[in-house]
Structures are given as C-alpha cells and as structure tokens.
Design a protein around this ligand. Structure first.
Ligand SMILES: NC(=O)c1ccc[n+]([C@@H]2O[C@H](COP(=O)([O-])OP(=O)(O)OC[C@H]3O[C@@H](n4cnc5c(N)ncnc54)[C@H](O)[C@@H]3O)[C@@H](O)[C@H]2O)c1
Length: 239
C-alpha cells in the first residue's frame, strides 16, 4: 500500500525489475499485476519482515527470478502505537519493534549478504520517518523504532561502504497514505490544519514525492551519498 506501491510503480517506470514483498498477498499481487499490465516487470513475494525465514526467502526468490539484487528499499511498517510511555503495552511494543526495527535489520542482513556475494556494491534505502529525528506525542515504540532505523543505517554504512554498498535512510514527513489516514481518523484529527502544522508547504506529501528520493538514492546520481538520513518532509524538521 501507500509509499511502497508508489515506489514500486516509479521504479518499474524507470525500467527496474521489481519485487514487491508484503504480508498483504491480495494487494501485493494486484500491484505486481498492474505494473506488468502497464509494460513493467514485477513479481510479488509474500514476506513478513519480522520473520527471518521469510526475509531469506524473499532475497532467494528475487535472485531466482532476476539473477541479482542491486537495490533494496526497506519500507514495511505497521500502524504506530498511540499511548505515552507510562501506559506502554508490552505486547504492542514488542510487535512494533519486531516489524519496524528488527524487520529492517533482518532485511539488511540478507540483502547485504547477496550484494556481497555479487561483489558489485548496491544501494539500500531504509524508510525511517521524521519521528526518527523528532519525537511525536504518544508514539514511544514508533519513535524509538524509527530512531533505531537511522542507527542501523549509519552502522550498516560504516561496515559495508568499503564494498560500495551504500546505505541511506529517508525520513518522510506526513505522507497521504492509508497509514496516515488511519491515524488521523483514530485520533480524530482535522487533516487541513494538521497538514499546515506539519509542513512549511502547508500540505501532506504524495507518496510519489518520497519515491523520487528513493529513486535518486538508488541511482548512480547519488554515488557519494552513504550513511545519510534525508528528510523529505516539506520543511517540518527545519521548523
Ligand atoms: N504515511 C506517513 O505519513 C509516513 C510518514 C513517515 C514515515 N512513514 C513510513 O513510511 C513507510 C510506509 O508507510 P505507508 O504510510 O506507506 O504505510 P501503509 O500502512 O500505507 O503501508 C505499509 C505496508 O507495509 C506492509 N506491512 C505491514 N507489516 C508488514 C510486515 N510485517 N511484513 C511485510 N509487510 C508489512 C503493509 O501490508 C502495507 O502494504 C513506513 O515505514 C512508515 O513508517 C510513513
């Protein structure tokens, strides 16, 4: 859904061979079909990023189908938590950390192994959030996970840039996706004034605007960029 779908479409238009990996089989397959109907080249692979076996299979199936892995975008995340830390629910905390933080680490592990085996470098893009830079109210698990994703990005860049595997993070601001719409509804927030509060541009981002940053980080145009976190946030973190 959301940013992942828009990113898959943009990469397919740029002639990338695309593997869509998600827990939602129906939507994932539909997205791959749509890309193929429009002249692109995509497959869907079921993968729960919190399960290492699934992640290993995701990379294996990618290589089986397309022969190699050059770019990986670690984007999957679940609905953020919604209570301040004194009301933390241990189960919710574990579930969010397993998907939003451990999931990124597991994906990086198997993506990097494949890129090392190929010996020609690669580009890994982790989707963090402005919540990985600044706290938001009542999201302790999400804020911690997204700060952690930036830590994983820097650590991975330090260890693997010598193999020309560049690892960067994107910190999107508020992006108009099912995740954002769900949160607005849950907290009963009026979208228009909220968008102005969260962006110098006075609006939510469209998913494509984040996907373009991923495309640049995937391409040789960003060949000297590694270990970076790039806010694509309409100026929010500068406010
Ligand atoms: N929407 C925003 O405003 C916003 C802002 C900053 C950062 N982000 C981040 O951007 C990324 C994409 O967000 P979005 O708004 O497009 O979300 P979304 O909810 O619209 O889509 C998330 C996708 O992840 C998949 N997913 C969930 N759990 C999974 C799991 N365990 N394994 C594999 N796939 C799983 C879902 O099925 C869905 O397709 C996330 O990392 C999110 O935290 C979103």
């Amino acid at each position: 859904m959301g940013m992942g779908a828009a990113t898959a479409e943009l990469f397919a238009k740029a002639k990338a061979k695309v593997v869509i990996a998600d827990i939602n089989k129906e939507l994932g397959q539909k997205q791959a079909d749509l890309i193929n109907e429009n002249g692109g080249d995509a497959i869907f692979v079921y993968c729960d990023v919190s399960n290492e076996q699934d992640v290993e299979q995701m990379v294996k199936k990618t290589v089986e189908k397309y022969g190699r892995l050059d770019v990986a975008i670690n984007n999957a995340a679940r609905t953020p938590d919604d209570k301040p830390i004194a009301e933390l629910d241990e189960k919710e905390f574990d579930s969010l950390i397993a998907i939003d933080l451990k999931g990124v680490a597991l994906c990086m592990k198997h993506e990097i192994r494949q890129m090392l085996a190929q010996g020609e470098g690669g580009s890994i893009i982790n989707i963090s959030s402005v919540s990985g830079i600044r706290p938001q109210p009542a999201n302790p698990a999400y804020v911690a996970a997204k700060h952690g994703v930036i830590g994983l990005t820097k650590c991975g860049a330090l260890d693997y840039s010598k193999y020309n595997i560049r690892i960067n993070a994107i910190a999107p601001g508020a992006v108009d996706t099912p995740m954002l719409r769900g949160a607005l509804e849950h907290f009963n927030i009026d979208p228009e004034p909220y968008a102005k509060q969260l962006s110098m541009l006075g609006r939510f981002a469209q998913s494509e605007e984040i996907a373009h940053a991923s495309l640049w980080l995937a391409s040789d145009a960003s060949s000297y960029v590694t270990g970076a976190t790039i806010p694509v946030d309409g100026g929010y973190t500068a406010m």
